[in-house]
Design a protein around this ligand. Structure first.
Ligand code: AMP
Length: 298
């Protein structure tokens, strides 16, 4: 595995792969912010299955953090990350410094409208502009055929799919399922911030989402507002939970369902998405439901 820190060397390494192997080698990119866990590993496994050359990037991107967010304290452990990426069989790991990626403050940003204006985009102004800008830079540098992202950040996938389509970028965004701990907690680099009591109470997120999805799968007819109320009341039963949002919307279009809309009647895939703070740690989680009406159209 090659560990590369400069953009020029990364471009050269990818060119070398294309010359030495096949001109049409499929390049797979897995962008991460490091402090890697099983969720990141699952993206790398998928990338290994679907690509000839796997490039993993590790970069804590300052421009996707807002003022007062955790950019400085975001967990980092390069040595451990390199070992994990190596085990996953990546060919190249790209670890640039902030100066390498942003030698001057960027005057150009990629901004996706609509899909960024709700959920995490509403709570974290500018966050997705930072994400789409850095992902575009990585795409321009690596020129991947495939790019792998986790459904844990479902809105990010919806936003990137919109960007790739709107800008005719020659890359396929490959969504990968959420990896969870045995007890249901979605893996996240930020889980290390949780105290043991916060972590215990945070299980309410996956539990509530799974329970509502189970009822929907069993054919229960419920409206969007009933789903939101049920999720909310389950979540607030954990005293440490402070809700940022509980939403029911189509995926990947991210259109909020009307309060009285029956989920079973929706013609698209439906996502239930939550963001909840436990202490200073903001966690997100989601689950998808495929209504029969939508299935009949597939
Ligand atoms: P991050 O390092 O948190 O920016 O995440 C890098 C990539 O890993 C993103 O595409 C995330 O959606 C994905 N990811 C993070 N946590 C998980 C998880 N629990 N399951 C699947 N993918 C994940």
């Amino acid at each position: 595995m090659e560990v590369i820190r400069s953009i020029i060397e990364l471009r050269q390494a990818i060119k070398r792969y294309k010359v030495n192997h096949m001109v049409d080698s499929k390049i797979g990119l897995v962008p991460t912010m490091g402090y890697l866990h099983g969720g990141h590993a699952s993206l790398m496994t998928r990338a290994r299955e679907m690509s000839d050359v796997v490039v993993v990037s590790i970069f804590v991107n300052p421009i996707q953090f807002g003022p007062g967010e955790d950019y400085e304290t975001y967990p980092r452990n390069e040595e451990r990350d390199l070992a994990l990426v190596e085990i996953q069989g990546a060919d190249i790991v790209f670890i640039p410094t902030v100066d390498e990626m942003y030698p001057q403050p960027t005057k150009t940003k990629i901004i996706v409208s609509e899909r960024t204006e709700l959920l995490c985009g509403a709570s974290r102004p500018g966050h997705f502009d930072g994400v789409t800008t850095v992902v575009s830079k990585l795409m321009n540098i690596v020129q991947p055929d495939l790019a792998f992202f986790g459904m844990k950040d479902a809105q990010q996938i919806a936003v990137l799919q919109q960007m790739v389509r709107d800008l005719n970028m020659n890359v396929e965004i490959v969504p990968c399922p959420i990896v969870r701990e045995k007890d249901g907690l979605a893996l996240s680099s930020r889980n290390v911030y949780l105290s043991s009591e916060e972590r215990r109470q945070a299980l309410v997120l996956s539990r509530s989402l799974r329970e509502v999805k189970g009822e929907l799968d069993d054919g229960k007819t419920v409206t969007a507002s009933e789903v939101r109320e049920k999720l909310t009341s389950m979540i607030v039963s954990s005293p440490l939970a402070v809700i940022d949002y509980v939403q029911v919307l189509t995926f990947p279009e991210l259109i909020l369902l009307q309060d009285d809309e029956l989920l079973a009647d929706v013609h698209d895939q439906v996502m239930m998405a939550v963001a909840v703070k436990f202490g200073t740690t903001r966690l997100i989680d989601n689950i998808l439901f495929m209504p029969k009406e939508a299935l009949s159209l597939v």
